[in-house]
Write a protein that binds this ligand. Structure first.
Ligand code: AMP
Length: 201
């Protein structure tokens, strides 16, 4: 099915896509980090691209960026509008499907940050990693690894390398940061050029 063309406000700077949970999680550090990440991306001049929800770490990051004066682009499939409580204080696109949401999130971003999250976040990051493995993209992938949240994923990847299923070089495909400050520094140090695909389609 062809999707309707979407219209996105022009933006010439760099954009970071945040994948993170639609829940708050058990530890208040997660929401605090998401909020601080949003605010710091805004201060660093990056646009935040995210799933468009007003709940959990997603909502915290968008509010943090918006309240710090940053640009935010939320991308939400229509069927999740109420479940994920669309945060419409910022630029938000309502699209028809999860596939369209993910495609736009990828296309509109120059780098990816992965904060704690549930199975939805996990699915997104696995796709991001598998596409990198297939050389379909070379955009930086940075884990905001609050409280070692993603350590077990890294252990699975090391196991895959040890068992000969993944080349050891692939362990360099992502960067792990324990704090928001380190994540912002890694973003700033990454070699990205703003993409022209931010043009309206
Ligand atoms: P979660 O980490 O499970 O709280 O979900 C975080 C975000 O991922 C939410 O906005 C979900 O709508 C989204 N999500 C859930 N399943 C998928 C999927 N299969 N692909 C992409 N995003 C998803």
């Amino acid at each position: 099915m062809m999707s309707a063309p979407v219209s996105i406000l022009p933006f010439d700077g760099k954009s970071v896509c945040l994948f993170c949970g639609s829940s708050d999680g058990a530890n208040p550090d997660y929401v605090a980090a998401a909020r601080a990440f949003g605010a710091e991306t805004a201060r660093a001049g990056w646009r935040l691209v995210y799933g468009g929800g007003g709940v959990g770490l997603m909502g915290a990051s968008a509010r943090g960026a918006h309240e710090a004066g940053g640009r935010v682009l939320g991308i939400m499939p229509a069927f999740l509008r109420s479940r994920e409580r669309l945060y419409d204080e910022v630029e938000t696109l309502v699209v028809t499907s999860m596939h369209e949401r993910k495609t736009l999130m990828y296309d509109q971003s120059d780098a990816f940050v992965v904060a704690p999250g549930g199975v939805g976040t996990l699915e997104e990051v696995i796709e991001l990693l598998s596409w990198k493995r297939l050389d379909l993209h070379s955009k930086p992938i940075i884990f905001l690894n609050i409280n070692g949240f993603w350590d077990s994923l890294f252990a699975v990847m090391r196991h895959s390398v040890a068992e000969g299923m993944t080349p050891s070089s692939f362990l360099q495909a992502w960067v792990v940061c324990d704090t928001v400050e380190a994540t912002i520094a890694a973003l700033q140090a990454s070699d990205v050029t703003p993409h022209l695909q931010h043009d309206p389609r």
